[in-house]
Design a binder for this molecule. Structure first.
Ligand SMILES: *Cc1c(COP(=O)(O)O)cnc(C)c1O
Length: 378
């Protein structure tokens, strides 16, 4: 059987490189010629530029988004004998980072309209923690698919309970809530800079941001063996450094991020219009939120058939995520769940489908997807 030719891949990081090739090649050449490859002037400049773009005083580069979460947790002193609350409907990295520091993850369900943490379930577990669990010290809301969580009620519940808030911004670079950038609302924020993210390197990279200068200093030491001074470990650290080559690429891309997000929103509006009057609902927008469409996710009880029909029309799709963290064999039966037992998460995992969305999609590719959506949503 011949497989259909995919003319619109679900993601295409190579297209971003080709679109920016002269600037990226110049940056690579500058970094390579410098003779300094780890934690140098490119990385320091990227940290300053990223912090200033986000609107926080400090940012610290690291090796990837998982480490970014881990460094914040360790930097805040969170570890064994403490519970960290997050969701099961996320990249497994969020939960893996909690276990990397020896803390216990408690996984909550999502609000099915926005696919983000259910704030009522959070308030309930903070008020009346599940028996047998260590004390809750932090909450990690995940701004999934490019849209903010219900941060008003989440921050209120966390403040009342005296727990820290760590924003997982790996899918939400540049998104806002009430006019404020995500990543500036909690105690610290973790960003993945994986190639397909809204801001991506040409390899692995990550960055943390915070207004807390002591925490930033801690994390800067932790990412390099706990050094404050070369060769002298004041604390037990790790190796999670950002390299100069990736930092040079990221400095080319940071100024393009807001424009790329605007292009994603324009593509989302075109998909919305193609779905209007059909039986597939466009993704829900939270009031007061600016979405950055890391993913454009639709939902269907016949998800797999829908994916096959789109594939036959040359359109690639993805599933984020096909198996909730608490049902994956590494975690199943072992990781504690909130009182909602992740029922909406399990339902969503069977029905969500991510369409192609990235700034380099051509108008013709967008129209190919729109034409297909008008047919399959009929
Ligand atoms: C990508 C991602 C991460 C992890 O980032 P890596 O750079 O792959 O380690 C964490 N959380 C979420 C929600 C992500 O999408």
């Amino acid at each position: 059987m011949d497989l259909p030719v995919i003319t619109v891949p679900q993601a295409d990081p190579g297209a971003a490189y080709r679109a920016q090739q002269p600037a990226i090649d110049a940056a690579l050449s500058r970094a390579l010629s410098s003779g300094w490859y780890i934690l140098g002037s490119e990385g320091a400049a990227f940290e300053r530029e990223f912090a200033s773009w986000l609107g926080l005083p400090r940012a610290v580069g690291c090796a990837n988004g998982t480490d970014a979460i881990m460094l914040i947790l360790r930097g805040l002193g969170i570890g064994p004998g403490m519970t960290v609350v997050t969701v099961s409907h996320t990249a497994v990295a969020t939960v893996a980072a909690i276990e990397m520091v020896g803390a216990t993850p408690l996984l909550l369900d999502i609000d099915p309209d926005t696919y983000t943490m259910d704030p009522d379930e959070l308030a309930a577990v903070l008020e009346d923690p599940p028996p047998g669990l260590p004390p809750v010290r932090a909450v990690i809301p995940v701004h999934l698919y490019g849209q903010g969580c219900a941060m008003g009620p989440i921050l209120e519940a966390c403040r009342a309970a005296g727990v820290l808030v760590i924003e997982d911004c790996a899918q939400a670079h540049g998104a806002t809530l009430g006019g404020r950038k995500l990543g500036t609302l909690g105690d610290a924020a973790a960003f993945s800079l994986y190639p397909t993210k809204n801001l991506g390197a040409l390899g692995d990279a990550g960055i943390v941001a915070t207004a807390d200068a002591a925490l930033a200093d801690n994390m800067a030491a932790l990412r390099q063996y706990g050094w404050k001074q070369r060769y002298i470990s004041d604390s037990i650290g790790v190796n999670s450094r950002l390299d100069e080559v990736q930092a040079a690429v990221l400095r080319v891309r940071l100024p393009l991020l807001d424009g790329g997000n605007a292009r994603r929103r324009a593509i989302a509006a075109a998909y919305d219009a193609a779905l209007a009057e059909g039986r597939i609902a466009p993704p829900t927008r939270r009031e007061g939120a600016e979405h950055v469409f890391h993913q454009y996710v639709i939902r269907s009880g016949e998800r797999d058939e829908l994916a096959n029909r789109l594939r036959a029309m040359g359109i690639g799709t993805g599933i984020h995520y096909p198996v909730p963290v608490h049902q994956q064999s590494a975690y199943a039966g072992r990781v504690p769940l909130g009182p909602a037992r992740c029922a909406e998460t399990e339902l969503a995992s069977r029905e969500v489908l991510s369409l192609p969305i990235y700034p380099e999609l051509s108008d013709a590719q967008v129209e190919t997807v729109c034409a297909a959506l008008r047919i399959v949503a009929r």
